[in-house]
Design a protein around this ligand. Structure first.
Ligand SMILES: [Cu+2]
Length: 351
C-alpha cells in the first residue's frame, strides 16, 4: 500500500490545530467609530457596524476614524445618561482596555485622533447598548452570548457591514443631504432678490449644516455635512441674513470672539457684548451688528429635541438665527463647534 505522505502531514496538522485551539478561546473583534470625507466636511456619526454578536469573554477594539469627537460608552441599566463632561464619575473616563460587566460605567472619553483605539472586554452574557456621549443619534448594540451558543458572523462579515454602512452615509447615495444644502438662497434664483421660499421675512438664508438620520436594528446612525451651505454671502447694509439648520447635529454661528464653554444653549445674556440681541416673535434669536469688530454667538442651533416618554417637554428650541447688518464691511464667522473641521463663512456687506 502506498502511503500519501502529504495527506498524513495534512491530517496531523489538522489534529494539531484542533488540539491547540481551546473551545472557549477569547476573541478580539474589530469595529470603527466615525468616518469622514476627504476635507472633513462630511462626518459619519456612527458605530461601524453598529450591531455585533460575540461570546462572553471576548473583547471589541474600536478604532476611531474621524477628526470629529466621539466616545465609546456603556452605562448600567436604569442609570441616567451622563453628559460628555461628566462621563463615568468620578474619573470621567475609563482606562483602556476596559471591562464592562453590565453593571459598571465604561467611557473612553471624547476622542478625535484618527487611529486611536479603545478596547472593551465583556465577561457576562447580555445585550448592551453602546453610546456616543456627544451624539445622541449614535447608538449600537453588542450581543454577548454564552460560550455554548453559536455566534452568527465572523470578522469578515463585520468588516463588510461596516464598509456598507459607511458608504451609504458618507456618499449620500440618495442625494438627500445635497438637496438640503441647495435650499440656501439666493442660488439659481434672483441674485439680488429675496428667497422665494421664505419671502415673508425678506431675508437671505444660509443653510447651517445638513444631515440625515439612518437606522439599523442595532441603533441609530447619522451623517452631517459640517459646512455652511453658502460660505460667502453678499448683501447690502440694512439687510438681514438668516442661518437655519437642517442637520441632526447642532451648530453655532459665531462672529468675533468665541464664548467660553462652547456648547451652551442659546442665552442672550451671555451671547454677545454690547450687541443688540432679541427674540423675534417666531422665536428666532436676532442680533444687529453695527461694526466688523462686534462679537455675537448664536448658541447651539439644533433641531427640536426628540420627545421621549417620561421626559419633560422642552419646546422646539432655536433652529434659526438672524443677523441684521447696518454697516458695510466683511464679517467672517465660524461654527464654534466645528471650525476645526473647516466650518466657516463670511458675510460681505456692501453699502
Ligand atoms: Cu458646526
Amino acid at each position: 500500500m502506498r502511503i500519501d505522505l502529504r495527506r498524513v502531514a495534512t491530517c496531523a496538522a489538522l489534529i494539531l490545530m484542533v488540539g491547540i485551539v481551546p473551545a472557549a478561546r477569547a476573541d478580539t473583534w474589530q469595529a470603527r467609530v466615525g468616518a469622514q470625507g476627504f476635507d472633513k466636511g462630511v462626518q459619519v456619526l456612527a458605530f461601524l457596524p453598529n450591531e455585533i454578536w460575540i461570546h462572553q469573554g471576548d473583547s471589541i477594539t474600536w478604532t476611531f476614524a474621524a477628526d470629529e469627537k466621539h466616545s465609546v460608552t456603556f452605562i448600567p441599566l436604569n442609570t441616567p445618561r451622563p453628559t460628555f463632561k461628566t462621563g463615568c464619575p468620578p474619573s470621567v473616563t475609563t482606562p483602556n482596555p476596559a471591562t464592562f460587566d453590565g453593571t459598571n460605567c465604561v467611557n473612553s472619553g471624547l476622542i478625535n485622533t484618527p487611529g486611536t483605539t479603545y478596547t472593551v472586554t465583556f465577561p457576562n452574557p447580555g445585550n448592551y447598548a453602546v453610546l456616543c456621549l456627544l451624539h445622541v443619534n449614535q447608538t449600537g448594540t453588542i450581543h454577548v452570548l454564552s460560550s455554548a451558543q453559536p455566534i452568527p458572523h465572523d470578522q469578515e462579515f463585520y468588516d463588510r457591514q461596516a464598509a456598507i454602512e459607511e458608504r451609504d452615509l458618507l456618499y449620500d447615495r440618495d442625494g438627500g443631504v445635497a438637496a438640503k444644502l441647495r435650499q440656501d438662497s439666493p442660488r439659481d434664483r434672483d441674485e439680488d432678490g429675496d428667497d422665494s421660499s421664505h419671502a415673508m421675512h425678506g431675508m437671505k438664508i444660509v443653510v447651517t449644516g445638513a444631515g440625515e438620520l439612518a437606522v439599523t436594528p442595532g441603533g441609530a446612525q447619522s451623517v452631517s455635512k459640517m459646512r455652511f451651505g453658502r460660505e460667502t454671502i453678499t448683501i447690502h447694509a440694512g439687510q438681514t441674513v438668516e442661518w437655519a439648520s437642517s442637520d441632526v447635529s447642532g451648530h453655532s454661528v459665531t462672529f468675533g470672539q468665541e464664548p467660553p464653554g462652547g456648547f451652551g444653549p442659546l442665552d442672550p445674556a451671555t451671547a454677545s457684548s454690547g450687541v443688540l440681541l432679541t427674540h423675534d416673535s417666531d422665536g428666532a434669536l436676532h442680533a444687529v451688528l453695527t461694526s466688523t469688530a462686534d462679537s455675537v454667538y448664536s448658541g447651539r442651533i439644533s433641531p427640536q429635541n426628540q420627545e421621549r416618554a417620561g421626559s419633560n417637554e422642552q419646546g422646539p428650541g432655536a433652529t434659526r438665527f438672524r443677523v441684521s447688518f447696518t454697516t458695510a464691511g466683511t464679517y467672517p464667522y465660524v461654527c464654534s463647534y466645528h471650525d476645526e473641521l473647516g466650518m466657516k463663512g463670511e458675510v460681505i456687506v456692501l453699502p
